[in-house]
Design a protein around this ligand. Structure first.
Ligand SMILES: *[C@@H]1O[C@H](CO)[C@@H](O)[C@H](O)[C@H]1NC(C)=O
Ligand SMILES: *[C@@H]1O[C@H](CO)[C@@H](O)[C@H](O)[C@H]1NC(C)=O
Ligand SMILES: *[C@@H]1O[C@H](CO)[C@@H](O)[C@H](O)[C@H]1NC(C)=O
Ligand SMILES: *[C@@H]1O[C@H](CO)[C@@H](O)[C@H](O)[C@H]1NC(C)=O
Ligand SMILES: *[C@@H]1O[C@H](CO)[C@@H](O)[C@H](O)[C@H]1NC(C)=O
Ligand SMILES: *[C@@H]1O[C@H](CO)[C@@H](O)[C@H](O)[C@H]1NC(C)=O
Ligand SMILES: *[C@@H]1O[C@H](CO)[C@@H](O)[C@H](O)[C@H]1NC(C)=O
Ligand SMILES: *[C@@H]1O[C@H](CO)[C@@H](O)[C@H](O)[C@H]1NC(C)=O
Ligand SMILES: *[C@@H]1O[C@H](CO)[C@@H](O)[C@H](O)[C@H]1NC(C)=O
Ligand SMILES: *[C@@H]1O[C@H](CO)[C@@H](O)[C@H](O)[C@H]1NC(C)=O
Ligand SMILES: *[C@@H]1O[C@H](CO)[C@@H](O)[C@H](O)[C@H]1NC(C)=O
Ligand SMILES: [Cu+2]
Length: 642
């Protein structure tokens, strides 16, 4: 299979795939004379279409999930199959253009049976609607903001946004917030496949409900019979995150230290069950007004594909199903060699695809009902009601009883990523043993600054907590040679090789203004999948730790946990192949808002040529400035902006 990977660069021209210089502009839908596939899924009527691949066939089925498209006539001497081994960073099958609309609004919601008056939702629901596409499609999403007191943006978590930096959806970085009543069109290409989520990157808006699933059909590294739509697993608060954030910030003037706000419950894809008394608490819904518990039917012997997303604000979970094993086949948007486990730890922003065989182990439950559990990891989140029994697998579709099954014994709930030796990508990346950048200069510390900025002691990665001006996104400053330190810009001007970044939770520079609080941070990089070179508790040694770096097809993903017990480090590497301004941040919403973030300015002079026009970006900024001018008396920026 190395054959396909080795030849992939040459194949770009043979298959007349869109060359990088044309970037990925969306074209008119072509006549439907090519190939149509109906991927196995819950809602009928969805098809993948490859109009330009004449003579090709789908080769994907319950016994060949690793295959996607095959050239039945073998007209291509060098390349006749798109499959799980295809180097998707170099080649893709040209799909069709799909268009979606999303409406962000205020709404009173009660996913866990308790009213959240300051909810904010997409198209009226939490989670937002499924956005579904196929590997190689061009996607346009029109996002309109109707939240009365906020701007909005949508970020497509984990999508590479190759040569589409302006579609990354980060206000203050790649665009201005979308003002009330305005629309921004996000145009990008699905160069990866698998499942992920999209969410608002406007300040603390996503914890209030602005998040939804995104699914891109493609091959899988193990066979399955039926697939579920993605499931968003999240901690949940009844108060607006904009209010809870004050608990995180504390009060610098009166000396009150910030602490993590307490979340109220867990919701599994928008359903939960917060226990309260409706007779004394008017926000507490009576049982008959509550959503039924999340439940799914299993048919004995079948293999089900579950697509899990941790869309939390502050909590990591361990996901298990009583009496069933999980076979893990992807980390974020990276297919991996399958491995079996009883439980999987999912950090915030992380995703895993797992296959569950409908074959319960002893003791088999007479009623055929089994709990789906999401256990909060030790010291990784504070939840008031963290009842882990969140959903039911039923072998008997007519049963309505709750399971009596018991948890796997010896379940580990340590807050740590899965062991790296288990996470082996199918398409290998042999990583350069030498970074192109100066790694010591690009060693950062996740800490709470002892210096007060904007009225609080804030988390940071660089010398200063991130603090963005919504009206002045970095993307409109690409001619700059000097930067506002609060933009935390890290210049990476390389056109080949790997950039390494090291992040520590320890004061290795011995800077007296840095204060350390042990906290494991799920670190997310935009615009790239990264390799994990090293990830450990303990102190980072500039001289010794690099000798332990893993270059041999290391785990690859877009969120990885920075350990901290009491210190720890995370070393990652990414290919400097995608000009753009890409955020690096902790995915605990409180920490990102506090300032634990920085911007990678990748190949500054190559960014503008990838953007067809900045006119839509400027127009969005004008709309925002106009809105802001008329709301300046009530508008209060109290966070980094992201
Ligand atoms: C959102 O709602 C609009 C209006 O009802 C609808 O046209 C659109 O298809 C919905 N979007 C998605 C992604 O379902
Ligand atoms: C979007 O939300 C606004 C405000 O709630 C509503 O008036 C409008 O009809 C919605 N549009 C669509 C397309 O759903
Ligand atoms: C989860 O919620 C989304 C959005 O409402 C929905 O499209 C999807 O089908 C749900 N997933 C499952 C497994 O039910
Ligand atoms: C966003 O809206 C919330 C109300 O839901 C409000 O408390 C907050 O101040 C607003 N923040 C910004 C930055 O617009
Ligand atoms: C989601 O991530 C948070 C923070 O890393 C973690 O505490 C929680 O256990 C994760 N959830 C799952 C289902 O793994
Ligand atoms: C936890 O929940 C109880 C009700 O079950 C409530 O009285 C209490 O205020 C909550 N604690 C926090 C910190 O939210
Ligand atoms: C690393 O930082 C030092 C001190 O700030 C600077 O002199 C040097 O040029 C930097 N090296 C690179 C490769 O940027
Ligand atoms: C933090 O405060 C100290 C003392 O007030 C000052 O010397 C230092 O420059 C400040 N550091 C930053 C990064 O602002
Ligand atoms: C934010 O940026 C805008 C546009 O560049 C500028 O007019 C405004 O003064 C800036 N605001 C602050 C507080 O620096
Ligand atoms: C870009 O440079 C100008 C001129 O020096 C400066 O005013 C502006 O703040 C800079 N922009 C950013 C985002 O740092
Ligand atoms: C790590 O460094 C800190 C000081 O920076 C020190 O107190 C601690 O003992 C070190 N830990 C180990 C395991 O060496
Ligand atoms: Cu954090």
């Amino acid at each position: 299979m190395g054959f396909f990977t080795d030849c992939s660069k040459a194949l770009l021209s043979i298959l007349s795939l869109t060359p990088a210089s044309d970037r990925y502009s969306s074209q008119q839908p072509l006549p439907l004379s090519g190939i149509t596939i109906e991927p196995e899924k819950a809602s009928p009527g969805f098809t993948c279409q490859y109009p330009s691949l004449k003579g090709w066939k789908s080769c994907n089925g319950p016994h060949s999930r690793d295959c996607w498209l095959k050239d039945s006539a073998s007209k291509q001497p060098l390349f006749s199959q798109y499959d799980i081994h295809t180097d998707y960073e170099s080649v893709f099958p040209q799909g069709i253009h799909r268009e979606y609309w999303l409406n962000v609004t205020d709404k009173v919601i009660s996913p866990d049976g308790y009213l959240k008056t300051e909810g904010k939702v997409l198209n009226g629901s939490y989670p937002g609607p499924l956005i579904e596409a196929c590997w190689g499609d061009d996607i346009t999403v029109h996002v309109t903001n109707y939240v009365k007191t906020n701007g909005s943006t949508i970020h497509w978590h984990g999508l590479r946004q190759f040569h589409t930096n302006e579609a990354d959806g980060v206000n203050g970085v790649t665009q201005c917030p979308i003002a009330f009543g305005d629309t921004f069109d996000y145009n990008f290409k699905a160069l990866q496949y698998g499942h992920t989520w999209y969410h608002s990157h406007y300040s603390l808006q996503y914890p209030d409900g602005v998040a939804g699933p995104l699914l891109i059909h493609g091959p899988s590294s193990a066979n399955w019979d039926e697939a579920w739509d993605p499931i968003l697993i999240s901690d949940w608060s009844h108060r607006s995150a904009f209010q809870d954030f004050y608990v995180e910030l504390g009060n610098a003037t009166s000396g009150v230290r910030g602490q993590e706000p307490t979340m109220q419950s867990i919701v599994l894809n928008g359903t939960g069950n917060y226990i309260c008394d409706p007779s004394t608490d008017r926000n507490c819904l009576p049982p008959k007004e509550r959503k039924p518990i999340f439940s799914k039917v299993f048919e004995k012997g079948k293999r089900y594909l579950l697509r899990l997303v941790n869309s939390s604000t502050e909590s990591a979970f361990v996901f298990t199903i009583d009496n069933h094993m999980l076979e893990v086949i992807s980390t974020d948007l990276v297919p991996i060699h399958p491995f079996k486990t009883e439980s999987i730890h999912i950090g915030i922003g992380q995703r895993y695809a797992v296959i569950v065989e409908a074959q319960p182990s002893a003791p088999v439950q007479e009623d055929g009902n089994y709990w789906i559990r999401t256990v909060v990891s030790d010291n990784c989140g504070t939840i008031n009601q963290s009842n882990p029994e969140m959903g039911v697998i039923r072998y008997n579709a007519r049963s309505t009883a709750l399971p009596t099954s018991t948890n796997h014994t010896a379940l580990s709930t340590v807050c740590a990523d899965e062991p790296p030796e288990n996470l082996v990508p199918v398409v290998p990346w042999p990583v350069d043993h030498q970074a192109v950048n100066d790694v010591l200069n690009d060693t950062f510390e996740a800490d709470v600054s002892k210096n007060e900025t904007h009225g609080a002691f804030r988390w940071d990665l660089t010398d200063t907590p991130l603090w963005l001006n919504f009206s002045n996104p970095t993307i409109l400053n690409l001619g700059n040679t000097t930067w506002n330190p609060e933009y935390a810009i890290i210049d990476e001007n390389y056109d080949r090789g790997y950039v390494y970044l090291v992040i520590t939770s320890e004061n290795i520079r011995k800077d007296p203004t840095k204060g350390f609080t042990p906290a494991a941070h799920p670190i997310h990089l935009h615009g790239h999948d990264f390799v994990i070179l090293a990830q450990s508790t303990g102190n980072y040694s500039v001289a010794e730790t690099p000798k332990t770096f893993n270059f041999n097809n290391p785990p690859r993903r877009d969120v990885a946990l920075l350990p901290a017990q009491p210190s720890g480090y995370l070393a990652i590497g990414f290919k400097a192949d995608n000009p753009g301004v890409w955020l690096v941040h902790c995915h605990i919403a409180w920490h990102a808002s506090s300032g634990l973030a920085m911007q990678i300015l990748e190949r500054q002079n190559d960014i503008l040529p990838t953007i067809p026009s900045l006119d839509p970006t400027r127009k969005t900024c004008q709309g925002w400035d106009t809105w802001l001018a008329s709301h300046i008396s009530t508008f209060d920026q109290d966070d980094s902006g992201i």
